[in-house]
Design a protein around this ligand. Sequence first.
Ligand SMILES: [Zn+2]
Length: 367
Amino acid sequence: MKRLVGLTVLLGAFGFCMGCHSFFQASETHWTMINVTPAEAQADCHLIEFPDGSKALIDIANAADARGTALTFLQRHKIEHIDLVVISHVHWDHYGCLVDMIKSGITVGRVAINIPASREIADVERPWGCEWEDVQATLQFLRDRHIPYFTPKAGERLMDMSVGGVRVHLDVVCLYDGINTPIGKTDINETSIIVRLSHGATRALFTGDLGNRLGTYLAANNFDVAADLLKAPHHGTEGTAPNEFFARVNPKAIFVPSPKKLWFSLRSKRTRDFFAEHHIPAYVTGIHGHVMVVLTAEDSRFSPSIRVHCSYDLPIQCNLRDKLELRLESDWEALATKAAAPSFSRFPGCRLPPDRCPKISGPRCPI
Ligand SMILES: [Zn+2]
């Protein structure tokens, strides 16, 4: 255990009790950044356990090389019902496990999802995991199961409760549909629903894959993005929101759903350097495993109102790095414009058409 800017960080054997409400006081809210990036591909999944026992997921991911990690975590921690799922945007690494989760028997109250205004902006991103037909099939699946889905409005309060005199709520900061935006036509990442979790005076901001253009706009136009905790937009990579946005949020810690290799790559250098220079601790799934943040309302100061626990309880034990030559995202983009090498095979479990799946070589990992 070590002290780090007011955070209590426990490393190691904590995974067995994550998700056990009896372990904590009822006045706490738990945010678990689930490690869905144990290999080399990026993805996003956050479980919010509210003090009244209700639960929300912000994104429910399948990384291309770690299918099922989110579902394994939820099952291992005996999560049976999710009151609200927020799909920040329709990239597969943010919604890809939704159908599998529901098919597994985990029930869902409702789904907040932002569908782009135009199929056109979705289709150009097929190589990046935006499959319009798959999104439509997912919506049809929800209709078939009578699970309501909706597009929230900016300012909408998605969850709201008062427990032990503490007000806890989840609010939509903003969302745009990719066409009707203050910055013109955007990509899919900029359609991310941005939400803010408040537990008393403590705030956490979830930014989906917010990019540079919209991040610049939000920073310059007085959006209320200030937060104690920041879920790094777009896995902390270069295309994410600018440093001006980070400065406006002014977080005391940043949480990055990113594989270790990506976090230490050039693509994440700007974000990495910004937080290092400002002495703001960064928690990264690829380094710290599952990261649980416990929000309490002891007071409005950062310490001791937040505790952070890390766990290496990885649901997938297979070491892909040792067994496979896995191509990184930048290589997938190149593959999308070239014929795949014949020695490469379709990634196991990929739901996209074969020519759009990540490619692997070498023996298959048993996932
Ligand atoms: Zn995205």
